[in-house]
Write a protein that binds this ligand. Structure first.
Ligand code: NAD
Length: 288
């Protein structure tokens, strides 16, 4: 299949390479020459504009920094250039309202469109083991599914337009809350004279157990190997967690949802990311 891929950054680069490995003809575009060179190395054809990449494509995948850029790319580069009837898949993490607007405007121009944000970081993007949460009609999901399956280990239909983004921000809000809670528990255990490994051995098989503890332990040398064992480098940057928490708070306000802990988690990550945006989000333990 001819697939245009727009946004070949940390995530998009590996995803485009996996589409090539699955046998697709990938027509790639990014503003960065370095990203384009890496895409060529991975077997993509590269173009000097996004609309050239889109012309003749049966599908368009985008992996871009934010909603304003996603809109600009779809309005100026996709509509009027990609063939009518193409399936459009935006995998960026953006706000729910923009995701819904992109779907309704592009579908009014004869496309089928899904929001398909991902869970999993750069390693999962490179390894083809992302989880995709997909919002859109049943028909659009059926067309998007095999394309996403070439880049991930799970492709889940969340519901109608925008529900992929809703799933993503609700999940990441919960992740921020239990990471902060896990860090607080380890820091307090330490102050009470309880050894971190012993606390892990007890809590990981007790009712405090959660993913932040057993899969992404914020204490070096305890539990599986995580960014904590690498000076909190790599992994999921605090700045990106803050981006997702801001999107979550915006969505909560729009929907009238009560998110007291989510709002508190956002404030905590805001203070942390001001100095440590590139640090893994589990590095929050250093501030406790
Ligand atoms: P990135 O900054 O590494 O990549 C974004 C790419 O988009 C860059 O290469 C940039 O040059 C390109 N770009 C910007 N404007 C463009 C335009 N108008 N046309 C074409 N290309 C353009 O970011 P990333 O880490 O790859 O993240 C991409 C998306 O994935 C974001 O929405 C992010 O929130 C989400 N995400 C990231 C991670 C992660 O761990 N990095 C995990 C899950 C989701």
């Amino acid at each position: 299949m001819k697939i245009a891929f727009i946004g070949l950054g940390n995530m998009g680069g590996g995803m485009a390479a996996n589409l090539v490995k699955a046998g697709h003809e990938v027509r790639a575009f990014d503003l960065s020459e370095t990203a384009l060179a890496a895409a060529r190395e991975a077997g993509c054809a590269t173009f000097t504009t996004a609309h050239e990449a889109c012309s003749g494509a049966e599908a368009v995948v985008s992996m871009l920094p934010n909603g304003a850029i996603v809109k600009q790319v779809y309005w100026d580069e996709v509509i009027g250039h990609a063939p009518e009837g193409a399936i459009l898949l935006d995998c960026s993490t953006i706000d729910v309202a923009t995701a819904r607007e992109v779907i309704s405007v592009t579908e009014a121009h004869g496309f089928q469109t899904v929001d398909a944000p991902v869970s999993g970081g750069i390693a999962a993007a490179n390894g083809g083991t992302l989880t995709f949460m997909v919002g859109g009609s049943d028909e659009a999901f059926a067309r998007a599914q095999p394309i996403l399956a070439a880049m991930g280990k799970a492709v889940i239909h969340a519901g109608g337009p925008g529900t992929g983004q809703a799933a993503k921000i609700c999940n990441n809000m919960l992740l921020a809350i239990h990471m902060i809670g896990t860090c607080e528990a380890f820091a307090m255990a330490d102050k009470l004279g309880l050894d971190a490994q012993t606390f892990y051995d007890i809590s990981s098989v007790s009712s405090g157990q959660c993913w932040s503890m057993t899969s992404y332990c914020p204490v070096p040398g305890v539990g599986p190997v995580t960014p904590a064992d690498n000076g909190y480098q790599g992994g999921f940057a605090a700045g990106l967690m803050l981006k997702d928490l801001k999107l979550a708070m915006e969505a909560a306000e729009g929907a009238g949802a009560t998110v007291a802990l989510g709002a508190h988690a956002k404030a905590i990550y805001e203070a942390f990311a001001a100095e440590n945006a590139a640090t893994d989000f589990s590095g929050i333990i250093r501030t406790l």
